[in-house]
Design a protein around this ligand. Sequence first.
Ligand code: ADP
Length: 598
Amino acid sequence: MFSSPIEVLSNYYGYKSFRRGQESIIESIVNKKDVVAIMPTGGGKSICYQIPAMMFDGLTIVVSPLISLMKDQVDALRETGIPASYINSSLTPKQYGNVLNGIRNDEFKLLYVAPERLLNEDFINLVVDKNVSQVAIDEAHCVSQWGHDFRSSYREIPRFIEVLREKPVITAFTATASNEVREDIEKLLLLKNPDHFITGFDRENLKINIVKNSDKRKYLLDYISKHKDESGIIYAATRKEVEKIHDLLDKRGVSVSRYHAGLSNKERTENQNGFIKDDISVMVATNAFGMGIDKPNIRWVMHFNMPQSIENYYQEIGRAGRDGDPSECTLLFTAGDVHIQKYLIDIGVDEPKRKLHQHKKLQDMIDLVYSNSCYRKNLLAYFGEEYDHECENCSNCLTAGQVVDKTLEAQKVISCVCRMKRPYGITTIVDVLRGSKNKKTLSFGFDKLSTYSIMKDYSAEDLKSFVNTLVSHGYLDLVESLGAGGRGSFPTIKLNEISFEILKGNVKVEFKEDLVTEAIEVKDELFEILRSLRKTIAEAQGVPPYIVFGDATLKNMAAKLPTSEEKMLEISGVGHVKYEKYGRQFEEAIREYLASNM
Ligand code: ADP
């Protein structure tokens, strides 16, 4: 048995210090207190229940909905020398029998169980007589209807706990912090007077970019050309959009794969594995992708469309940079995204109260996008956290010095819309401003307007983007208007109160220029050598590369050049068991590199 959490951390995981919040959460659990811990994705929740599991007598049962993750989590634990196993629907009857035998013989310290398997008779009969010291509930928000991933099987967890002979310590972990969800977790999972931890939602290593610019395709291609060797995810709102982006990148020779609910299970699994194993750099996906992704070296996440809520957005960007290294999150926004998401809510949610709730969440997301102050501050405020300075790591903070005055251009657009009298779509307005001689413009007499052709120096694409940006800032409204003869409806531009204030010169229009940043990763020859050694080892073992060692660990090795056991164990991420398994191979690679370069 271990006497202190830090001893377990260092011996098994090879980490030298705790992350924010971990130590106090572990202390409560070790003192047998029930715990509700809210930590951001990538904050390091697993260690909080795994270390107490190693310090307690008996077994810790981890309830998790993430079946696809369980095998990797268990493999990762075994790699560090912690005896663990899992029960879910992917096991054959024989494998299941083996796990039950293992439980019977007290072979495991941690057992991951899918919630719908908890009440299986064989399983229950076996564990009632065992010393279950802790039940850790991962993704605990799944118990709540207010969460975004409600699972009815989570409601069975209390029945399972009540069957146990002695009440174990119950620990609940989630990244979702809303008050309704928090209350549900406590009430529905039978936590007894729990200690609460909210470790802070900030993920300092994530750079937050929101780009209000309509030429998404161009931005995307530019971005990819600078980041194509890094691991990244592109989220799009619909399957069709995913397919389009995937084809676009595939044709350009980018190492890309795709994931959405329209693909077969087999294809989804293959694509996901290719990404996890670093065979594929870029994954294009709908929000169906990610719940089962624990890959720590995702360097960037791009949202090609705005997500439906801040919770979704924060969870999705949270998948970047779990290893703590600098990573970048970019949201490409145009006014059209609002329409897509409103439509998806309208067709996807039946229950009126829930629909209203979703629309409200969407509005919060839109407000975030429109805001002109530090995005991090706004995001954290949404989660109830105060952040008392500017982050200097988001696009609002970083481009503060490059504000451009666009009042005159805005006045030209507004005055043109005003003179066109009725609401028209963006394309028609842009045609008039650029002096098009097409049939519609001429037959409606728009060429007689004083605003005809006053922005002819703009390309159609740029001008559309500019009008969209005016809409996204709320300087113009986008409304649905009926088509000719009352058939169908289409989005049109209308003036609002602010438009008139701009026209009168009472409101200034200032935009920030958006820049595409360069790749974060600096190529390092030794790092690449170590990476390729890691890949060979991982393939031989049939596990994802990050389970052998994380990127941060390899970078640390490439910087500190350890060639002895003592020095190797000083590297964060190298524990005793892993050292025994792989340490010498990495030492050897470093020695060879030094010999050929010194
Ligand atoms: P989440 O909160 O999303 O469940 P994880 O538990 O998967 O996060 O942890 C994310 C990553 O951070 C993992 O690769 C994990 O090994 C690493 N990690 C966790 N705690 C520490 C620590 N104290 N020092 C270094 N890395 C850590």
